[in-house]
Structures are given as C-alpha cells and as structure tokens.
Design a binder for this molecule. Structure first.
Ligand SMILES: Nc1nc2c(ncn2[C@@H]2O[C@H](COP(=O)(O)OP(=O)(O)OP(=O)(O)O)[C@@H](O)[C@H]2O)c(=O)[nH]1
Length: 297
C-alpha cells in the first residue's frame, strides 16, 4: 500500500532546480507562500533573493555545491513580492542522475532571528547595568565624588605612575571643622548640603587628573602628581580660602588640612603621613594647613 504525503504540507520550502542556471523544476506550496509568489511566476530560484544573497549564492553556495555536492545552514534573505525581507536558512544538495539537479530546503529563520535579537538586547542591557553598578560602586552617593574604595585604587595607581616617572606627589587630607556642631545646630539635612557643596567647591578647584574623593563622614582627600611649576602649598591654601569664602546655607565653614609631600612613599605611608598632619592642624586650633615633606622626616 502506498500512502501519499503531499510535499506542500512540509513546514519548509522544498525546491528542485537545474544545476546550470537554477531553473525551478519543482517547488512546493510552502515555498510560494513564504515568498508570496505565484507558481510559474518565478523561473529561477535566485530571483527571489536579495541582491546580497544572490552574490552569496553565486560566489559561495554554488562553488561549494559543485565542489562538495552539498551546502548546509546558509543564512540568506528572501525578498517577497511585497518587498518584505525574510531571513531564511538554506540547505542544498546536488542529486546526481541522468541530469543532475539541486534539492533546496528553505526554512524561515524569523523566530530564530527574533530570539537572537532578544539575546543581543538582553546582553547589551546586562552590560549597561554592570557598567552602572561599577560606577555606583565607585561613587559616593551624597557628593557624587569618588568613594574611599575607588580612591584607594586610583590614588595607588597614580602614585605608582609618579614613582616610575620619578615625580613627587601630594596627599591632601581635608576635614571640616566642628562638623558635629553644624549638624547639631542646623540639622542633618543642612549638614548633608554642606558636604555636597564642599565636594563641588573642591571639584571646581581641582584639576581633571587629580584624584579627589570623599573618604569618610566629613573627610575629603586629594592626591596629585606635582608638576615642576606647581606649589602644593599654594594649592592647599587656595582650597582653604575657597571654602572660607563660601557661606554654605548660611553656615560659615572652615577646614583643617594635612598635606604630605613625597617622592618615594607608598600610598599607605603617604595616607598615614597626611592623617598625622591633619591631626596636628586640628590640635593647633583648626582652620589651617600643616604641611611636610615626609621624605625628610
Ligand atoms: N550630615 C552628615 N553628617 C555626617 C555624615 N557623616 C558623618 N557625619 C557627622 O560628622 C560629624 C563628625 O564629627 P567629629 O568627628 O566629632 O568631628 P568635628 O565635629 O568635625 O570636629 P573636628 O573634626 O575635630 O573639627 C559626626 O557628628 C557625624 O555624625 C553625613 O554623611 N552627613
């Protein structure tokens, strides 16, 4: 008993063409449905592909078919009668006989392309989120400056670079005076505003390459490489003056500043040195700078 299975019911386009000029000898209904063409209206298989796909057929698919006899999973694009572009996956095989022919199987790949695009979008989205998280993990939420963690990494790298270039560098440790009183007298929100403004004033007065951060409650730090024409002391005095000159939300602010300069100390040694100098500035009455070349001490 023979049972008939109409090829039109296959969920793929099935086409048989000649080898020489790819003239269509047979095509099932599925193929005509996808390409939106009428039977007999397409003489050769190449006619329903985009210009780019035609080039791929002539320069890649056909040489491969003639050489190997088969060609699998080639991504091409059909151009339908209404000029829609349909991504398809093509498998083709040369079948030898009295007259060799090519069997073509064409499956639409829209679903697969949509899924692929979704995966690409998802990956881009994840990358963007990771970048945002990276920035967030390095940023002090209140001031938008670098946080302590990022500061340690960046300043350490900067100092290593200065050591390689045999340049000296400076560590400015700045602490707002009597900040507890500001909070107590004006409220925590004004205290936060003071910290925010303080960050902006320091950023405005620093250079782009300086590593500036809020490293603790009311404590800020800057690390710079000293250029030949620079005077770190003058820069420190400029910062103190800029803060004194500013009345932040009606509150007078002063700073104490410890400035450690070195051409050989590690980040940790410089940090410790600046911290000791800041302590001295506080002990000597605040609102002042204490500076030392820690290589001399
Ligand atoms: N508003 C606000 N206050 C903070 C923040 N972080 C720390 N503080 C406060 O900063 C104050 C720091 O106080 P102290 O360490 O005693 O220092 P100080 O009052 O500035 O005194 P000196 O540094 O000795 O001049 C504490 O009251 C903290 O609660 C913050 O993010 N926002």
């Amino acid at each position: 008993m023979t049972v008939e299975f109409p090829l039109d019911n296959f969920p793929s386009g099935l086409i048989v063409t000649t080898v020489e000029d790819r003239q269509i000898l047979f095509a099932n209904q599925y193929f005509y449905k996808v390409s939106q063409q009428e039977p007999q209206s397409v003489e050769r298989i190449g006619l329903i592909f985009t210009a780019a796909s035609k080039i791929v057929i002539e320069s890649f698919v056909m040489p491969m078919l003639l050489h190997q006899g088969h060609c699998e999973e080639i991504q091409l694009t059909l151009e339908t009668k209404s000029a829609d572009r349909v991504p398809v996956l093509v498998n083709a095989r040369v079948v030898q006989g009295d007259k060799p022919v090519i069997y073509w199987v064409i499956s639409t790949a829209q679903q697969r392309d949509a899924l692929y695009q979704e995966l690409v979008n998802l990956r881009n989205d994840l990358e963007q989120r990771a970048e945002k998280l990276e920035v967030l993990s390095q940023t002090d939420e209140l001031t938008g400056l670098m946080n302590r963690r990022a500061f340690v990494a960046r300043a350490t790298a900067m100092i290593k670079q200065a050591l390689r270039s045999k340049m000296s560098y400076s560590f400015f440790m700045l602490d707002i005076d009597h900040f507890k009183q500001i909070n107590d007298q004006h409220g925590h929100d004004i205290g936060d505003e003071v910290l925010r403004e303080m960050g902006q004033i320091l950023a405005k007065n620093s250079r782009e390459n300086d590593v500036l951060a809020r490293i603790g409650g009311e404590e800020f730090a800057i690390v710079t490489i000293n250029q030949a024409s620079d005077s770190p002391v003058k820069f420190a005095e400029k910062l103190l003056a800029a803060i004194r000159a500013e009345k932040i939300h009606g509150v007078d602010i002063t700073l104490s500043l410890g400035l450690a300069i070195s051409a050989k100390a590690s980040f940790e040694q410089l940090y410790k040195g600046a911290d000791i100098l800041l302590y001295e500035a506080k002990n000597q009455g605040r609102n002042q700078l204490v500076c030392r070349d820690i290589d001399q001490s």
